[in-house]
Ligand binder design. Structure first.
Ligand code: ATP
Length: 234
């Protein structure tokens, strides 16, 4: 069986020298893969390339064997890739309901918000609240909910724990696990919070200076003291 997402020798830059060099990885359906690495390693660049915001200089991206290199953001959503950016991208002047509807913009079908409100009861109680009235945790849930409205097969999640209390981070990780188990959603999870990420991930890979330096089962990575010390800082 081939992987859901296959990335082969991807090279990406911002005009000058490349930031990502020959990055290869796979994500299977129903798998959570954590992307770890220090600040500046290229994690956000990787997600932005996979969501179609950045163009790669070389390499191949396929989803279910379909070539996606060079496909634009709105088309990526139709292909089944949804991106929750770092900082969440919630529109603070719009309501919860309006933000969620944005997630369905590129899909032809009417957005199914009921399922999202079932997943996030806290959002259901705040449908008409504006984005800026939400807590950090609620904004993160809204950002994830908005991505799920597009009914993706692969969710790209950039630093969901940023600025959140450990309890809220744990809730978000539990939600990802639940979605994976119930729906087969695949997740590529970028995290600075290595422990949280490896607690929920099936596999992890470590990026350093734009290259994949290792890839292994999450449990093996969490137990690798040298690797933790050199690349992950704990
Ligand atoms: P962080 O955790 O700090 O977000 P990261 O691993 O996500 O780090 P990236 O944000 O992908 O790393 O950045 C990788 C490299 O690319 C860095 O050296 C950064 O300075 C550079 N970079 C990122 N965005 C741009 C940009 N818009 N223009 C030029 N260089 C950029």
């Amino acid at each position: 069986m081939s992987a859901l997402l296959e990335v082969h020798e991807l090279t990406v830059g911002y005009g000058a020298a490349p930031v990502l060099h020959d990055v290869s990885l796979t994500v299977d359906a129903g798998q959570i893969v954590a992307v770890l690495g220090a600040n500046g390693a290229g994690k956000t660049t990787l997600l932005r390339t996979l969501s179609g915001q950045l163009k790669s200089e070389a390499g191949r991206i396929t989803l279910d064997d379909q070539d996606l290199r060079g496909v634009k953001v709105e088309r990526m959503v139709r292909h089944g890739i949804a991106h929750v950016p770092e900082g969440r991208g919630v529109v603070t002047e719009l309501t919860v309901d309006e933000n969620l509807r944005l997630g369905g913009l590129w899909r032809k079908q009417k957005p199914k918000l009921d399922g999202i409100y079932d997943l996030f009861p806290a959002l259901a109680q705040r449908r008409s609240h504006l984005g800026h009235q939400l807590s950090g945790g609620e904004r993160q849930m809204l950002a994830i909910g908005r991505a799920l409205v597009a009914e993706p097969r692969l969710l790209l999640l950039d630093e969901p724990s940023l600025g959140l209390a450990p309890k809220i981070t744990a809730q978000i990780m539990a939600l990802l696990r639940d979605l994976r188990d119930r729906t087969g959603l695949a997740v590529l999870l970028v995290e600075q919070n290595v422990r949280s990420a490896l607690s929920v991930a099936d596999q992890g890979l470590v990026l350093s200076l734009g290259r994949v330096v290792t890839r292994n089962d999450a449990a093996a990575l969490a137990g690798d003291a040298d690797l933790r010390h050199v690349y992950l800082g704990f």
